[in-house]
Design a protein around this ligand. Sequence first.
Ligand code: AMP
Ligand code: MG
Length: 501
Amino acid sequence: MNKPDSSNYKLAGIDSLKCDNHYATLPAHFYNKQMPDGISDPKMVSLNPQVLALLGLDNADADSDALLQLCSGNYLPSGFEPLAMKYTGHQFGHYNPDLGDGRGLLLAQVKGCDDAVNTTWDLHLKGAGKTPYSRQGDGRAVLRSSIREYLCSAAMQGLGIPTTQALSVVVGSDAVMREQVEQAAMVVRVAESHVRFGHFEHFYYTQQLDDLKLMLDYTLTKHFPDALTADVPYLAFYKQVMTTTAELMAHWQAVGFVHGVMNTDNMSILGQTFDYGPFAFQDNFDPAYVCNHTDYSGRYAFNQQPQVGYWNLMALGRALTPFMDVESLNAVLQTYDDIFLAKFRELMRGKLGLQQVHDTDGELIKNLLEILAGSAVDYTYFFRSLSDFDSAEDADNSPIRDQFIDREAFDAWVVKYQQRLVLESSVDEVRKVRMNQVNPKYILRNYLAQQAITQATDYDYSLVNELLEVLTNPFAEHPEFEKFAALPPEWGRKMVLSCSS
Ligand code: AMP
Ligand code: MG
C-alpha cells in the first residue's frame, strides 16, 4: 500500500482532498483501524462525474492512475485513516451482535467542494478485505453486486430519492467464490454519514451506556446540529430520524422500489436509501413482491416496507431508552403513520398530476393501486403514459385502457380521475409537463441491470455507462436511449435475487 507508480499524474486532485476524519476521534473500540486489501489489475468500470464533482474533483482527476488505485484499495492519499466500524442490528427480526463493516472500510471523511455548506463526505470502500467483523465472509464484493449498487445509487439520486451515492466501480483480476466464481470488484460509497440504527443498538445491547451517550452526542454534533438546541436534544434527534425514515418509505412506495433487506444495520440515520442488495423496482405491479430469494416469510415484501420502517424505528427507540422515557419515544412513533401517509399522498398526487388536496384523494389512489395490481400493469410505464391521458375523451378510446386486463375496472377508475381533474380545472397540456417531471421514463429495471452486468462480465462496460447517463436524468426523453424504456422481456419479470454479493 503506497503511492501508485504514476509519475505523470496530477497531484492537485485526490491528494489535495482535505480530510476531517471525525469518526476516528471516537474511542478506539468503536472501530478497527486497518488498511484495505486492494484488488489486482484494477480497471475502472465506471466513474460518476456528479459524485466526482461533489468532492471538488474534475475530469483530469477522473483519468488519473491515483484515483483508480484509490478506488481499488491500492493507494491512500495522505490524511486517509481507514477503519471498519462496529455496529450490530436486527436481521429479519432477530438481534445479531456480530455485525460491523465486514468487507468495507471508511477510508476517510473529506471536505466537499462547497466550503460554504461545510459538508464532509464519507468515502467508504466496499469490498476492501476482511475485518474483525467479517464472520465467515471473505471481505470481498463482486462485479455483479457492485454494478447494482453503483447504478441504483445514481438512479435514486436522479429520481430525487434520498440515497447514499457511489463514486466508482472498479473490477480486478481476483476471483471470488459465490454461487459461482465471479470477478472481484469495489465500489466507493459516498455519504454524509455511515451511522446506522445498528450503531446505537450495539452499545445498548452491550450495556455500554457511556459509549451509547458518546455515540449519540457525536451523531447530534455532526449530523443533527439543530437537535442540539432543542428542549430535549435526543428526542428531537429521534423525531428527525422518524420523519426522514417515514418520508423515505413514502418515496419507495410511490416509485415502486423494493429494498429487499431492511435490517436495522441497513438503515441510515439520515433516512437515506442505504446498502443496495437484492433490491428491485416494480415492473408488473405486485404489492406483495418479495425480491430477496432468502426472504422466505416475505418480511421485506414491497407492501410491508412502511411498517418495517416503523418496526426499525422502534428498535432504534429501544436503544435510546437509557436516556429517554418510553412515553416520549412512543409519542414520536405515534406520528409515523400520519407523516408517511401525508408524504405518500403528496407524491401520488404529483404522479397523478393533481395539485389540490381533496378528501377523496386517498380513495382514488388506493383504488388505482388495486386496479394496477389486479391487471398486473407495469407501474412505471402506466404513470408515464397517464400524462398523455386526454381528459375530454371517453375512457373506451383511451390507449391507456389497453394496459389493463380488467378494462371495466379501468373505466370505473378513470371516470373518478376525470371528475377529479375537472374539480381543480386541470389543463391537460400543463398537467402533462408536470407529470413528466415526477414520473420517470427510465428506471433501473432488473433486466437492464442484468444486461449491463452480463456485458461487464465480458469486459464491455458500455452499457453500465449508458445506463448511468440515462438514470442520472430519468425524467428526460433521451431518444437515443429509448431502448432502456422498454418493458422487461419474459425472463426479466419479477426477478428474485440472491442476497449474495
Ligand atoms: P449486508 O447483508 O450486505 O448488509 O451484510 C450484513 C453483514 O455481513 C455486514 O456486517 C457485512 O459487512 C457482512 N458481510 C456481507 N458480505 C460480506 C463478505 N463478503 N465478507 C465479509 N462480511 C460480509
Ligand atoms: Mg449491510
